[in-house]
Design a protein around this ligand. Structure first.
Ligand code: A2R
Length: 321
């Protein structure tokens, strides 16, 4: 069984590779760019097969697929950060949308028949009203960022390529996920990194924060990658599935829990730079459809996720000084 992970060097891709390597008879392949950082995968580099590929380059995608001929494709490669999508909307739309079209078209051209998981996001729902919570797959999509629009396009292209050509695409919409290796710009990582730097005395004891009031539905990334595996094994092509914990926690509570894990005195300061032009107040997902089909449920409690993330940053900061 050959499993291809586009974006294997990223946060989710690296955890998914770890998980796939625990399965018998699975060969793990991943895409990498010449300038990709390998920190997230250096512990498994001798166990995986890396192929150079820029998802925006159709030739590169075709050549890579010709060599790998995967049975499963987890399509994770993306411009994944919402705020960057306001600064670089064209880059976001082109990587996420054109990149996926390149992948689907290459699969068609080569006559391959893999099952492809497309990693959508709760950001696709965007603005959700109180009376719509928890959000099911039927909720209207009211995107609030170019990133969200790009994910809707990816999601619907998955639907269209299944309906038009029979490409077996499983569409997932994961709500927030976090854990060790999350990029430093994402909210939990940004707090944990700052705490680690304060503890190491390389930063003044002030954490800079954006909007603390918003509430999100967090799941540990290690539970999310198990869900992605179950999705390709059990879900229906063309269908869409929410993956979520079903519980919301405020960003303020996450900050307070992380600060409590440290023994140093820390102050909190608002940073207007970290506020978003439009933000979703509350996102809670209803993943009943997915859970009933796969029996998946998240197993790692938030407290452990936060501890592991903080410890990850403590180690990383120490290595850098
Ligand atoms: O930046 P790199 O070279 O390490 O690669 C990133 C990859 N990527 C690309 N790969 C090929 N061609 C491109 N033009 C291209 N642009 C980006 O996508 C990296 O391996 C991955 C993104 O990793 P993260 O930013 O850590 O995202 P994360 O959290 O793992 O998200 C995975 C998926 C994305 O589709 C999100 O939109 C979704 O889950 O939530």
């Amino acid at each position: 069984m050959r499993v291809l992970i586009t974006g294997i060097t990223g946060f989710v891709g690296s955890h998914l590779a770890d998980y796939c390597l625990t399965k018998p008879d699975v060969e793990v392949y991943g895409t990498i760019r010449w300038r990709s950082k390998r920190d997230n995968i250096c512990h498994i580099e001798d166990k995986i097969n890396l192929h150079e590929c820029d998802i925006k380059d159709a030739v590169s995608v075709q050549n890579m697929l010709k060599k790998v001929k995967p049975h499963y494709i987890f399509h994770l490669a993306a411009q994944s950060f919402v705020p960057t999508s306001w600064h670089a909307p064209v880059e976001t739309l082109s990587t996420n949308i054109i990149g996926e079209v390149n992948l689907f078209e290459a699969v068609r051209d080569l006559g391959l028949d893999p099952i492809i998981q497309v990693a959508g996001s709760s950001e696709e729902y965007g603005l959700a009203y109180e009376n719509e919570l928890p959000i099911t797959e039927e909720n209207p999509l009211r995107p609030l960022s170019p990133y969200a629009v790009s994910k809707i396009a990816q999601d619907f292209l998955g639907y269209q390529y299944y309906k038009s050509y029979g490409i077996r695409v499983i569409r997932t919409r994961a709500f927030n996920h976090t854990g060790p290796r999350r990029g430093k710009v994402f909210v939990v990582s940004t707090f944990a990194k700052q705490i680690a730097e304060i503890e190491a005395k390389i930063k003044e004891p002030v954490i800079k924060v954006g909007n603390l009031k918003s509430k999100r539905d967090f799941t540990d990334v290690r539970d999310i990658v198990k869900a992605y595996w179950l999705a390709v094994e059990n879900c229906e092509p063309g269908e869409v599935y929410n993956i979520s914990s079903g519980k919301a926690v405020s960003i303020e509570e996450i900050l307070n829990r992380l600060i409590k894990m440290s023994e140093v005195e820390i102050r909190v300061a608002k940073d207007p730079e970290r506020m978003r032009p439009s933000d979703v107040e509350v996102l809670i997902g209803d993943s009943t459809k997915f859970r009933e089909l796969t029996k998946w449920k998240p197993e790692i409690p938030l407290q452990k996720t936060l501890e592991d993330t903080l410890n990850y940053w403590r180690k990383k900061v120490k290595r850098q000084i």
